[in-house]
Design a protein around this ligand. Sequence first.
Ligand SMILES: [Cu+2]
Length: 421
Amino acid sequence: MSDSRREFLKKSGLLGARVLAGGGIVSAQHQGHMHPQPPEPPKPEQPAKQEAPTKKETPAPRVAIPSQTSANVPIETPDVPKLPFTLDNGVKVFHLSAEVVKTTLLPGMREMIGWGYNGSVPGPTIEVNEGDRVRITLHNKLPEATSIHWHGIEVPPAMDGVPFISQPLIEPGASFTYEFTLHQHGTFFYHSHGAMQQMMGTIGLFIIHPQTPHTPRCDKDFGLILQEFALLPNNPVPNTLKMEFNWLTINGKAGPATTPMIVRQGERVRLRMVNLGMDHHPMHMHGHQFYVTGTEGGRAPETAWYPGNTVLVGVAQARDVEFEAVRAGNWMLHCHLPHHMMNNMISMVGQNMGGADEAQKKQVPGYPQEMVMIMDKEVAKPQTYGLPAGWTASMMGMMTLVRVLPPEEYDEVQRRIREGS
Ligand SMILES: [Cu+2]
């Protein structure tokens, strides 16, 4: 720092304040790691209700701003429901039905008949707390045997979901009950332990909130499942033998049908991404740098966080990233593999290519490459309110938006979400 700048800061009183604030952040976080002091115990049955965000006048970019109150906020999994539960003597009781699911990857463009749970591909999100005991009954409504593996969760051997090794196969029409206590926290998932069943879609998120909420507190917490399917024209059933994939999805939707994530400017955001497929996905976010703060093994110590704007989410991995959403805008989040930013990748021949273009253009080797399709109306929903006309032309494949909205726009979109307009 130059002397003149230091002098200016000293005079303005900013230097002392900045140094103090910085020291406060560091020591608070160190205390958190070394001597965990639960600020307020999380509600055991439900994640804490999200508080109305407070207005932040001048949010400082890339500075961790510890919130006054630390709390777990409910996970939001766009386009995927949450799995409800009942209580039995303190045990959370869930029911999952493995079944054939007819779903729409992209309205008017691609229907799929996959396999999932409770009518959803991917299956509904299980959201629980560290320390919970859960009882999950799997009802097999598929025409073949199945089982569920709780990916990354440390369970007794008999609950691990591996046919023949930890349990008998669950035959069609039969059920099996898993029960275990959760001593971990973080981003986990459940999936069929049949490899080919996985490629039909049988996976779901399993989010475990920590007993001691993380600092700095996140105001928004989103869960995203990355999947890929090989679908031939006129056949809605995925070809699970194929090694090339032409439909890439986030939470079961291909861009632009993925529902944007709505964030109020100044909020701290966590994105949890999970990949189960045949490819690794370098997930790239526009507009903000983030820190990678967790893996499929749970929260990483803060000393292990690293900055980036692209994180490779490998097969069977989970990656949590966090950032301060200080920059208003409609920011893309997408896999950066070129073929994963496309829809309906199939070889086209003859008159499908080129159409009525001038002969001159057809002389250019490789022409045409870019294809544009505007689907604003087909995918309109409260979360897309206010996006510029034609926005859907840039959205394909494993792609979604993080919409960081100034307060008035944020409130308007939230009002429309509440009213379903
Ligand atoms: Cu990808």
